[in-house]
Design a protein around this ligand. Structure first.
Ligand code: TEU
Ligand code: CA
Length: 545
């Protein structure tokens, strides 16, 4: 079993998620590519405080794929999709990242492959093919129809009838994404080989797609009805996912995957998992040692898998952190994201009164102040918003939210030019408003981008923020979420977040200190004695002595 030193790189890292199709196009086809990412690495971290200062990058899938689910349908786990480049360019990206001290994570998609993967083409060819059992095949029910009531995440039955052999195969997502059978030892060995292939090329870890779904109920028992569901209810699922998600048999499989990571020094696994804080915590393994290094907690986006957006409200934020801190095993640390490629952008989720940008600034200080490994989705640091996309231009086939996930996947806005500094061609998805760009943020010292830079670099200089304990402050004025980070031998840091639209005077528990970073930049560096006044929707990090 691995041992935690408490100082592994990913404990103190800020990780930036790149959606490769949308970061930087360099060959004029309107699609971002690996060379584009290499060209923009200095923006992410060139070692100076004028760059973002992130420590690691996670790339959404870059593998050969028919792109039915934009790369989450992998047809070759050991290659690079020609839209993005080739293996030689990936090797160059790995080297260029490392030259700058940036770690590189790829996206491992173990639950399903593409239906165009050679494994599936073989598997579907006959009932006696040696790869038949690599996927999940079942006869129709005696009276006809799919083997059980499981639903695909993207709608409809999770079973697809295949004429060739007269059986159904399981697909938890699109029909073009057949589920791999992790109860088959050859599949397990082949998927372990994929991890080793990339670790041998020098990558530093993986984000793991829907890891909680890879092993389901052995007898494929029906999922129970959700008693809270009523017909026409789109916020809830008709059936609970008892036998298809976080099923107990998934945890031995997670331990097996972790063991492959442990063959390599310093590599990290962060899992995309869903559920309550207690469910998420199980993925860290016993004592936080033999499961995933990190498991995403998405509750700042949606609480407990509910389709309702989490409100920007102090008591809710405090509760989410309290639950996470209470559930996580001793060796583990939380991992939060405020946005990703599946969810509305932060500002768009919090903009009912037009003040989403101010909330985004405060949220940045919250995220970077918490005890966690923070993930920042590309474009959030410049305040990108969901982009309205005309019906004819929608690309995401998974219409989970009727419009799909295209609005939060639009090209990075580098400048205000026609092609936003992203491409010289028609982009694969339309651009957002021209006035939101890196160039515009660059010339405004009060911008969200500069706030990210200051907060990320400040964090590196405060051991309490990197490794300290978390303690919530109670008895704060309504609307204020406040906590302290503390570690031996370093000054403590207090983080104050005002979610209300009124100014709030806060009595500092430590009575005196210095403002390290604040949404009100003019207050930075000033001494604080006793009371600190937070502007409406404002936030600050205050270092004690
Ligand atoms: O997402 C898993 C998942 O369950 C999400 O699709 C989520 O329910 C939905 O997007 C909410 O809007 C992962 C990937 O992040 C996603 O992009 C893939 O489409 C999916 O797996 C299948 O690989
Ligand atoms: Ca391109």
């Amino acid at each position: 079993m691995a041992r935690n030193t408490g100082k592994e790189w990913w404990r103190s890292a800020v990780i930036y998620q790149i959606y490769p199709r949308s970061f930087q196009d360099t060959n004029g086809d309107g699609i971002g590519d690996l060379k584009g990412i290499i060209d923009r690495l200095d923006y992410l971290n060139d070692g100076s405080h004028r760059s973002l200062g992130i420590d690691a990058v996670w790339l959404s899938p870059t593998f050969p794929s028919p792109m039915k689910d934009f790369g989450y349908d992998v047809s070759d786990y050991e290659g690079v999709h020609p839209d993005f480049g080739d293996l030689a360019t990936m090797d160059r990206l790995i080297a260029e990242c490392h030259r700058r001290g940036i770690k590189l994570l790829l996206d491992y998609v173990p639950n399903h492959s593409s239906d165009q993967h050679p494994w599936f083409i073989e598997s579907r060819s006959s009932k006696t093919n040696p790869k038949r059992d690599w996927y999940v095949w079942r006869d129709p029910l005696p009276g006809g129809g799919p083997p059980n009531n499981w639903r695909a995440v993207f709608g409809g039955s999770a079973w697809q009838f295949d004429e060739t052999t007269g059986q159904y195969y399981l697909h938890s997502f699109l029909v073009e994404q057949p589920d791999l059978n992790w109860r088959n030892a050859e599949v397990v060995a082949a998927m372990y080989a994929v991890l080793r292939f990339w670790f041998d090329r020098g990558i530093d870890g993986f984000r793991i797609d829907v890891i909680g779904m890879i092993v389901k109920h052995p007898e494929l028992a029906d999922n129970p009805l959700n008693s809270e569901w009523t017909p026409g209810d789109h916020g809830r699922q008709k059936y609970l996912r008892t036998h298809t998600r976080n099923y107990p048999d998934v945890f031995p499989a997670v331990r097996g995957i972790r063991a492959v990571f442990d063959e390599y020094p310093d590599v990290m696994a962060v899992g995309e998992v869903f559920g309550t804080a207690a469910e998420i915590s199980q993925f860290y393994g016993e004592g936080g040692l033999n499961g995933l290094h990190l498991a995403f907690n998405f509750q700042f986006i949606h609480e407990n898998g509910d389709a309702v957006n989490t409100p920007w409200e102090a008591e809710t934020l405090a509760r989410i952190v309290r639950n996470a801190e209470a559930a996580i095993p001793p060796g583990g640390q939380p991992c939060y994201a405020l946005a990703n490629h599946d969810q509305s952008r932060f500002i768009s989720r919090n903009n009912a009164d037009g003040r989403g940008r101010e909330r985004a600034a405060a949220a940045t200080l919250m995220l970077l102040g918490l005890r966690c490994t923070p993930f920042v989705y590309y474009g959030e640091e410049i305040g990108m918003v969901d982009v309205d996309i005309a019906d004819g231009q929608l690309r995401d086939p998974a219409r989970i939210k009727t419009i799909g996930r295209d609005p939060e996947r639009t090209p990075m806005q580098w400048d205000a030019s026609l092609g936003r500094g992203f491409s010289t061609a028609e982009p694969w998805l339309p651009y957002g408003p021209r006035d939101i760009s890196v160039a515009a943020e660059e010339i405004d010292g009060d911008s969200l981008l500069w706030l990210h830079r200051r907060a990320i670099w400040a964090r590196k200089g405060e051991p309490a923020l990197l490794y300290g304990t978390y303690r919530e402050f109670t008895g704060m004025p309504a609307g204020v979420f406040a906590f302290e980070r503390r570690t031996d031998g370093a000054r403590p840091v207090t983080v104050l977040i005002n979610t209300s639209t009124e100014a709030c005077a806060v009595e500092l528990p430590d009575s005196s200190g210095t403002v390290v970073v604040a949404t009100a930049r003019a207050t930075e560096g000033s001494a604080v004695n006793g009371t600190f006044v937070l502007a409406p929707l404002g936030a600050a990090m205050i270092a004690g002595t």
